[in-house]
Design a protein around this ligand. Structure first.
Ligand code: BES
Ligand code: ZN
Ligand code: ZN
Length: 503
């Protein structure tokens, strides 16, 4: 899909469909919607009076223009109540519109810049949200479909039309930024939707290398022998049960001159399939564990976005990638292993493997000179119990960095919720036989926090934020910018974080 911005009058557009909007409760439309209504001899006002168009959030009405204006279709998108309207609503609306227009004969769409008119929101933010929503909303994973399932086709071009030339000038770069954000998110979705027999750790490393090379980023993949030399016994303990070799990826972006190390390390959990290992998972729904590398995919995708947007800071992306399988060499419950920093770990449940691979990855990030560490992981089922699929959990040892992550996520339209890290929870990772253990005892709850408490043992005094995305990584249906399958949560948060830290 191509998205561009132009100066022009929407009523004169010859696109296959033009998109205008309406707030709930408005009976006589103004602005661009009013202009289109007049050109259609009051057709939109009449539909409002009849009760066919109410302007409710999520409402999409296609009106046929029957030759009265150059475009054959007008889409009236409901904005909902004006006092609840924001940029996030625009992103969702744009996603809903491109899906509603999946029909024969609609290839080109022209849209006004929702929000920049009567609502008075900043035009650049609105334009970016439309670009993101259009690209995110039209995403589908079709790699393994041999024939095109639907004849309806996809919208191929979205043109944002703005009458006012001075506003149009700020819209052009905003659209470009939105396109980068959404393409990165869709890259994450493509990786996370891949089945685990195709996307092995080696295949993921190959895809990451391609992305890095195309974006002009430094790339390195540590092999098992490298990890052994570095004493990464925690990561390696997860890989032992699999026939597939593990890979530890490093993708580096340098956006400032002078000073070494990295201002920010992004560390993503890359379990290409999580059977649970010897502590094997139940069969029902286990297929979802092909997406247990979503954190790694988010990091790879965010690095691509950062490379294009070029913030003035150094960022390293790290992804520990392995399968968690119950092979004959697999780690057993009760085994004790030693991580890169010398910490000994009693593995009580081999299904709590995410924290084990992140432990060594975080140690490596610090060895590489990371000043801040943000990890992203489908770490615990418990985060779904706590937060559902509405937001992801954030845990930290540094309130200032966490506030930055929260602001970056909010700017992306991703909701977050901070969970406490009281020192009392430290008890839950204490082991009788080693320094720490990888699960809580019995049923004392706080599973998501215990996961974070484990990782915290490896971050030392480096400012760190942990994002547990296990509740939001997969969508069960299309809903605004969130599409069925891998959702891409986290990617735009991470890119925004890098942009904000460089400001
Ligand atoms: N990959 C899972 C977490 C997960 C569950 C992600 C559901 C997405 C959906 C993780 O490795 C895991 O199995 N965690 C265990 C930890 C427990 C053994 C302490 C869990 O959440 O049950
Ligand atoms: Zn697991
Ligand atoms: Zn897992």
């Amino acid at each position: 899909m191509e998205i561009r911005a132009e100066t022009g009058d929407i009523t004169l557009s010859a696109a296959d469909a033009i998109v205008v909007n309406l707030f709930e409760g408005v009976t006589s439309p103004g602005g661009a919607t009013g202009a289109v209504d007049r050109a259609l001899d009051g057709a939109i006002s009449r539909l409002i009076a009849q009760g066919d168009i109410r302007g409710k959030s999520g409402e999409i009405t296609v009106v046929h223009t029957l030759g009265k204006i150059p475009s054959p279709r007008v889409v009236v998108a409901g904005l909902g109540r004006q006092q609840e309207f924001d940029v996030d609503a625009i992103r969702n609306l744009s996603a809903n519109v491109v899906r509603a227009l999946r029909r024969p004969g609609v290839k080109t769409v022209a849209s006004i810049v929702h929000g920049a008119g009567i609502a008075g929101l900043p035009a650049a933010a609105c334009a970016q949200a439309i670009a993101e929503g259009s690209l995110l909303g039209s995403y589908r994973f079709t790699t393994y479909k041999s024939a095109k399932e639907e004849e309806n086709g996809e919208v191929e071009t979205v043109v944002l039309l703005e009458n006012n030339p001075s506003k149009a000038a700020e819209i052009v770069p905003a659209v470009a930024r939105g396109v980068v954000m959404a393409r990165a998110t869709n890259l994450q979705r493509d990786l996370a939707n891949e089945p685990a027999n195709h996307l092995t750790p080696s295949a993921l490393a190959g895809r990451a290398r391609q992305v890095a090379e195309a974006a002009g980023l430094e790339f390195e993949a540590l092999e098992r022998a490298d990890m052994e030399r570095k004493g990464m016994g925690s990561l390696l303990s997860v890989a032992k049960g699999s026939a597939q070799p593990p890979k530890l990826l490093r993708i580096a972006y340098r956006g400032r001159t002078g000073g070494d190390g990295y201002d920010l390390a992004l560390v993503g959990k890359g379990i290409t399939f999580d059977t649970g290992g010897i502590s094997i998972k139940p069969a029902a729904g286990m297929d979802a564990m092909k997406a247990d590398m979503t954190g790694a995919a988010a990091v790879i995708a965010a690095m691509e976005g950062i490379a294009v947007l070029k913030p003035a800071l150094n960022v390293v992306g790290i992804a520990p990638c392995t399968e968690n399988m119950p092979g004959s060499a697999a780690t057993r419950p009760g085994d004790v292993v030693t991580a890169m920093n010398g910490t000994t770990i009693e593995i009580l449940n081999t299904d709590a493997e995410g924290r084990l691979v992140l432990a060594d990855a975080v140690c490596w990030a610090r060895e590489l000179g990371a000043k801040r560490v943000v990890d992203i992981a489908t770490l615990t089922g418990a985060v779904t119990t706590a937060l559902g699929d509405v937001c992801y959990g954030i845990m930290t040892n540094n309130g200032e960095l966490a506030a930055k992550v929260e602001a970056a996520a909010a700017a992306a339209g991703e909701k977050t919720w901070r969970l406490p890290m009281f020192k009392e929870y430290d008890e839950l990772v204490k082991s009788d036989v080693a320094d720490i253990k990888n699960t809580g005892t019995g049923n004392r709850g706080a599973g998501t926090i215990v996961g974070a408490k484990f990782i915290e043992r490896f971050v030392g005094d480096t400012p760190w934020v942990h994002m547990d995305i296990a509740g939001v990584d997969i969508g069960d249906k299309d809903r605004g910018w969130v599409t069925k399958g891998a959702t891409g949560y986290g990617v735009r948060s991470l890119i925004n974080l890098a942009l904000h830290l460089a400001e």
